[in-house]
Design a protein around this ligand. Structure first.
Ligand SMILES: NC(=O)c1ccc[n+]([C@@H]2O[C@H](COP(=O)([O-])OP(=O)(O)OC[C@H]3O[C@@H](n4cnc5c(N)ncnc54)[C@H](O)[C@@H]3O)[C@@H](O)[C@H]2O)c1
Length: 442
């Protein structure tokens, strides 16, 4: 068993810390550092430790020296590197949320600190742990489709997710949150591509995209500025805050009402309605009249040293949330939809005695794979599997094929920064020459 302190006791850190409740023989949460009193109190009561193990921020924890084996760092994107480096220097191993850095300077600083301190930093690329992607990786390692020739991935960010987080929410502007849309949402997908291509260097990146729909020019005629106070179109608008977040049981409450999870007496319909009516409630703003600058579409093309080409499409405002993957190899192909939890492996087949169209199809349904771990939860069960692997990693035990050390994660993040640079400059970027000095942001 290892002990850990939560730094940044938000929605995400608590997903991983839940392992302490499910497997108390693996992880014990012994403290918390967070500026918000309600979050410190919640952790102290939920995990059962004393007041003197509560700290107002990461720096206050560092002053105490090393009081646990590890830290679960769930602060916001722009705080990751600034909070993690002193923790490494204090002797902690760190489970660090993605994106681990918001620019190339931070990538280089964290990489240097990790090498210098020789501590372990594991990045929360939870999708590598989702059985859907872990099973695909196993099939590739087993040589089921031969050598990869092409990878095509897509993330469809639904209209309710996109507007809650990237138009009205806390990731709506790169200047305030530090992360671009591709970094915030698709560093997972780009990481999956580099993980599947493990050992083969990226050569070039190109990317196109922009913000063309959620801007003032597209606001419907007569629309107001606040859904609840002055919009005559609210009753029928698909982005009405009342329809999205009060009447519909969609899953973005942690972003719309972040304090409600920690203070149950606030968690009721009347309170939610009261907040939606406030003139300055961010989620009541008209989606076409916000201070957002995140792109609403982007495509990325990556080439690798062995000739493999990978493409990723980030599409927002979709009716259905979905991640898709299609990998074509020299001996076969794999195609699946993460949200269906199923993929198919196809092979060429010219056997004239069979009734087919020139290929075989073998379906893997992750829902019916005989998984007896009973692990469920966010990201297809990836959150808890990742936390378990982190415990093994800290203890020096063998880890899974999904293990995400900092060194493994650097190429994926670097590709994201290179892709954003290519999009902003309308120019292909060569990976080998790409550095902090060449990075461009929107
Ligand atoms: N792995 C995933 O799939 C996934 C999914 C969603 C979000 N995330 C990432 O998880 C991270 C956390 O997101 P969240 O929604 O849980 O955030 P959150 O805002 O709910 O939590 C962040 C917490 O950090 C605290 N904090 C701020 N400065 C601090 C400091 N100096 N020391 C200690 N605590 C400090 C804040 O008070 C807050 O409680 C983000 O980087 C986000 O991008 C990852």
């Amino acid at each position: 068993m290892i002990t850990a302190v939560i730094v940044g006791a938000g929605h995400r850190a608590l997903c991983y810390a839940e392992l302490a409740k499910i497997c108390p023989d693996k992880l014990k949460i012994v403290g918390v550092a967070d500026p918000l009193e309600d979050r410190r109190r919640y952790c102290r009561e939920y995990f059962g430790f004393s007041e003197d193990m509560c700290f107002e921020n990461a720096a206050e924890l560092v002053k105490k020296g090393k009081i646990a084996d590890a830290v679960i760092n769930g602060t916001m994107d722009a705080d990751h590197v600034a909070t993690t480096i002193p923790l490494l220097e204090a002797g902690y191993d760190v489970l660090l949320e993605k994106p681990f850095a918001t620019n190339m300077h931070e990538v280089e600083a964290l990489d240097a600190a990790t090498r210098q301190t020789q501590r372990k930093v594991m990045i929360c690329h939870v999708l590598r742990y989702a059985p859907f992607y872990a099973e695909i990786k196993k099939n590739i390692l087993d040589g089921k489709i031969g050598k990869i020739m092409h990878i095509c991935t897509a993330e469809h960010v639904s209209y309710h997710h996109y507007t809650s987080c990237f138009v009205r929410g806390k990731w709506n502007n790169t200047k305030t949150c530090g992360a671009s849309m591709l970094l915030a949402k698709c560093c997972h997908d780009i990481d999956l591509i580099t993980w599947l291509m493990s050992g083969v260097a990226p050569v070039s990146v190109d990317s196109m995209g922009g913000l063309y729909f959620f801007n003032k020019a597209n606001a419907p005629e007569n629309s107001g500025t606040h859904c609840m106070l002055n919009c005559p179109l609210e009753k029928t608008c698909d982005y009405s805050v009342r329809r999205l977040h009060l009447e519909h049981p969609l899953a973005w409450n942690a972003y719309v009402w972040p304090s409600h999870a920690y203070t149950p007496e606030l968690n009721n319909h009347e309170q939610r309605l009261k907040e939606l009516m406030q003139p300055d409630f961010p989620h009541s703003r008209c989606v076409w009249k916000c201070d957002n600058n995140q792109i609403d579409r982007q495509s990325v093309i990556i080439t690798f040293a062995d000739g493999t080409v990978a493409t990723h499409n980030l599409v927002t405002n979709t009716a259905r949330p979905m991640r898709k993957i299609h990998i074509v190899g020299t001996a076969g192909e794999i195609e699946g939809v993460f949200d269906d939890n199923k993929f198919v492996i196809r092979h060429r087949d010219l056997d004239p005695s069979k009734e087919h169209c020139g290929n075989t199809e073998e379906m893997t349904d992750i829902n019916n794979c005989g998984d007896t771990t009973g692990i469920t939860g966010d990201h297809g069960g990836g959150d808890l599997r990742l936390a378990m692997d982190f415990v093994d990693h800290v203890e020096g035990k063998p880890t899974s094929i999904s293990c995400t050390t900092l060194a493994d994660s650097i190429n994926g993040h670097k590709l994201v920064f290179a892709a954003d640079t290519a999009m902003v400059e309308h120019n292909q970027v060569f990976f080998k020459d790409f550095s902090a000095e060449k990075e461009k942001r929107y």
